[in-house]
Design a protein around this ligand. Structure first.
Ligand SMILES: *[C@@H]1O[C@H](CO)[C@@H](O)[C@H](O)[C@H]1NC(C)=O
Ligand SMILES: *[C@@H]1O[C@H](CO)[C@@H](O)[C@H](O)[C@H]1NC(C)=O
Ligand SMILES: *[C@@H]1O[C@H](CO)[C@@H](O)[C@H](O)[C@H]1NC(C)=O
Ligand SMILES: *[C@@H]1O[C@H](CO)[C@@H](O)[C@H](O)[C@H]1NC(C)=O
Length: 324
């Protein structure tokens, strides 16, 4: 009995300090790491270049953060060094292969699992995955469940509403009633994917229910249900199948640029960066490692207005040999 009371008391005390530190020790100069992927641009060979679409950088900057690229081909000591200097991670959309797990998946998993460990131990390390990022988070957190993706029809470059299942979600809870109603009825969410995660994955891999709550869904042209967003359960993990970063920043694809669509996007950048402020890591790397050291270019590929292009740290062959 006394032991139980002692445990209860220390838990309450811990919760109190955690809450108060969140309130008073916000990191007001947050830095977010964004994973690179192999180039998909014909003018920059994937053997020698990686990229980040500039819309993800602008999205994070508009929430008040600075950005540092996380070269997926970097070795584990470099990944560790970046991780301890950032306040959150964004895993972007793209078309990099995941299954295997591929080297890309292994590198993302290395940092997602580090963040998960911190969060499980009472710390705070936010991760947001968008489109491919949402899919790879499900792959990793389901412990590499086979067939974690379903093929979907009619989701390639379309705008649709979202079916919010959980109004109190970290993001949707911040919407006023007008925007909430708009997101249910108007085509505010931009979808650009041929695969998706079905809610049935949570039955196949029940461990997912420990980590993530499904907060919205949609159906494809074959009436298949798929997940469009999740919120971490007591952990700051967030994932979106749709693209909040495209509404304000991409103009070569048919994203929605209406006022509601921009307000909808803003809630995502705003809330994610506020979550990152609750991680108290301090950035002490060379300032030249930040994205400001690079100039975005306009690719020939018409899916993005601007992308950041990086030289690989090593050749594809060399890094395929690395294992965690
Ligand atoms: C990549 O760079 C190497 C070294 O500069 C070069 O030999 C090779 O041709 C490049 N690959 C492609 C596909 O451009
Ligand atoms: C990791 O990569 C960095 C930079 O590319 C290099 O300086 C370092 O020696 C490498 N570390 C290991 C353990 O290979
Ligand atoms: C993940 O899968 C591997 C191999 O199937 C297994 O050894 C491991 O215990 C699993 N981990 C979790 C957390 O379920
Ligand atoms: C954008 O949203 C507005 C409402 O805010 C709607 O009237 C319009 O049809 C949408 N446009 C696209 C391209 O989805």
């Amino acid at each position: 009995m006394i032991i139980k009371i002692a445990i209860l008391f220390s838990t309450l005390l811990f919760a109190y300090f955690k809450l108060s530190s969140n309130n008073y020790l916000l990191q007001e100069q947050p830095v977010v790491g964004v994973f690179t992927q192999p180039s998909t641009f014909s003018e920059y060979s994937r053997d020698n270049y990686t990229y980040i679409a500039a819309s993800y950088v602008k999205f994070l900057e508009s929430g008040g953060a600075r950005v540092i690229p996380i070269p997926y081909e970097a070795n584990y000591s470099t990944l560790d060094e970046i991780f301890s200097n950032i306040n959150g991670i964004l895993i972007p959309g793209g078309s990099t292969g995941l299954i295997g797990p591929s080297l890309y998946t292994q590198k993302v998993a290395y940092l997602v699992n580090k963040a998960l460990k911190i969060n499980k131990e009472g710390g705070w390390f936010p991760v947001i995955g968008i489109c491919l990022g949402h899919e790879v988070m499900h792959y990793i957190l389901s412990n590499y469940s086979a067939n974690f993706l379903i093929d979907v029809k009619g989701q390639d470059k379309v705008t649709k509403p979202i079916n919010i299942q959980y109004r109190q979600a970290y993001f949707y809870g911040q919407m006023n009633e007008e925007l909430y109603q708009a997101s249910l009825k108007e085509n505010l969410a931009y979808y650009h994917h041929i695969h998706a995660v079905s809610p049935s994955l949570y039955e196949i891999a029940p461990i997912l229910k420990q980590y993530l709550r499904i907060t919205s869904t949609q159906i494809d042209d074959d009436e298949q249900l798929f997940i469009t967003s999740t919120d971490g359960i007591n952990i700051p993990f967030y994932s979106f199948q749709y693209h909040p970063e495209k509404n304000p920043f991409e103009w070569t694809i048919p994203a929605n640029h209406s006022l509601h669509a921009i307000q909808f996007s803003r809630i995502h950048s705003y809330q994610f960066i506020q979550s990152c402020r609750m991680n108290t890591n301090k950035f002490s790397l060379d300032l030249n490692s930040l994205i400001f050291n690079y100039n975005p270019v306009q690719p020939v590929n018409q899916n993005y207005n601007q992308v950041y292009i990086f030289h690989r740290l090593n050749t594809m062959e060399d890094q395929e040999l690395q294992n965690p």
